[in-house]
Design a protein around this ligand. Structure first.
Ligand SMILES: NC(=O)c1ccc[n+]([C@@H]2O[C@H](COP(=O)([O-])OP(=O)(O)OC[C@H]3O[C@@H](n4cnc5c(N)ncnc54)[C@H](OP(=O)(O)O)[C@@H]3O)[C@@H](O)[C@H]2O)c1
Length: 317
């Protein structure tokens, strides 16, 4: 049953996969972002006029309400990894999510999916986790039927985790293991996350539920970097960095326009990021999770010396 869907943050890494699935299902799609010109690449994923990028800042509740108007389904994927100017965690993750949920309630929208993150906790140590938790609570209060989705690290061709470290390994002889690289993650494939979001928005059984999304295996941070180095066929030293030292470095690093590391990210790294055993997850949505090892070779090969077309058996490190 397709209709009209508004997707806040639909031009991002996860959003583009969600748009693709909904377009195939025949939905008319409004993609609400700050820079609609940067979302035009989505339009060929649908028929002429099916996908329309539209301007909206999640901080502007009047504009949010306009873009929610008439929608059968609303999906909120907006999120940031570091603060910059008016792009604060509080404004985007908490107040923005609340504005979307209130607009959905006021206008009688059928279903809402709110994107959160594993570790979301209104009392969390890191601002990212704390505001994601406050956002969840605000969404539940305004629109109790909302489905909330909390993934671990999401991987896929345009991800910001494996690509970032693979890029770093191209010019740096070593890679940092903050806290010794012992933090645990359960990476989940972007295609599985997108299917989960669409199911949450279209299956009435998901209303009011929270889903934690993780892949089939748990890895330590160090193991993830080792996997990346194996796929890019590079040998790099993994150097342990205490949390205290990482925090010290982040004080300066976070002053950069696009910070490579922030103090808040160091706080996040202190906590494991795995699905809790009692939580509902991908299996409850009928999705069998994809292994990291089966997808990484399809996009990390571009970082090998000589690129993806060179015979790997002959390439040096
Ligand atoms: N990727 C992961 O590993 C991961 C893990 C856990 C949870 N999540 C959550 O999943 C969601 C999507 O993540 P992603 O990786 O796809 O992020 P992304 O690639 O950075 O995309 C974020 C999207 O939000 C939009 N946006 C940012 N600030 C906005 C604002 N103030 N108003 C309106 N739109 C705004 C961006 O478009 P413009 O910049 O053009 O506005 C973009 O479309 C986020 O909520 C994130 O916290 C992601």
């Amino acid at each position: 049953m397709a209709g009209l869907v508004t997707i806040f943050g639909g031009s991002g890494f996860i959003g583009r996969h969600v748009v693709q699935i909904l377009a195939k299902q025949g939905w008319v799609i409004r993609v609400a972002v700050r820079k609609p010109s940067k979302a035009r690449f989505l339009q060929p994923l649908g028929d002429v006029g099916q996908i329309t990028p539209m301007y909206a800042k999640i901080q502007d509740s009047a504009r949010v309400a306009e873009l929610v108007g008439g929608a059968d389904l609303v999906i909120n994927l907006t999120g940031i990894l570091y603060e910059s100017g008016r792009q604060t965690f509080e404004a985007v993750h908490h107040k923005g999510a609340e504005a979307v949920a209130k607009a959905c309630a006021d206008q009688g929208v059928g279903a809402l999916v709110q994107m959160s993150a594993l570790g979301a906790d209104p009392k969390g140590e890191a601002d990212y986790a704390r505001t994601k938790g406050a956002g969840e609570a605000a969404v539940r209060a305004a629109f109790p039927k909302a489905a909330i989705v909390r993934p671990s690290i999401v991987f896929g061709p345009e991800d910001s985790f494996f690509n970032r470290f693979a890029e770093m390994s191209q010019f740096s002889p070593f890679l940092p293991l903050i806290g010794g690289g012992q933090t645990q993650y359960q990476p989940v494939y972007v295609g599985d996350v997108a299917r989960a979001i669409v199911t949450c928005g279209t299956d009435p059984n998901c209303a009011g539920e929270t889903y934690e999304l993780g892949g089939p295996k748990v890895y330590r941070f160090k193991e993830l970097l080792e996997l990346m180095l194996k796929e890019t066929r590079r040998k790099r030293r993994l150097v342990s960095l205490s949390f205290g030292m990482a925090d010290f470095i982040a004080r300066f690093a976070q002053l950069a326009p696009v910070p490579p590391l922030t103090r808040d990210q160091v706080r996040l790294l202190r906590h494991d990021n795995v699905v809790s055993p009692e939580a509902k997850g991908l299996a409850d949505l009928g999705i069998s999770p994809t292994l990291v090892e089966s997808v990484l070779p399809t996009y990390l090969d571009q970082y090998r010396i000589g690129g993806r077309f060179k015979d790997p058996a002959k390439s040096p490190s």
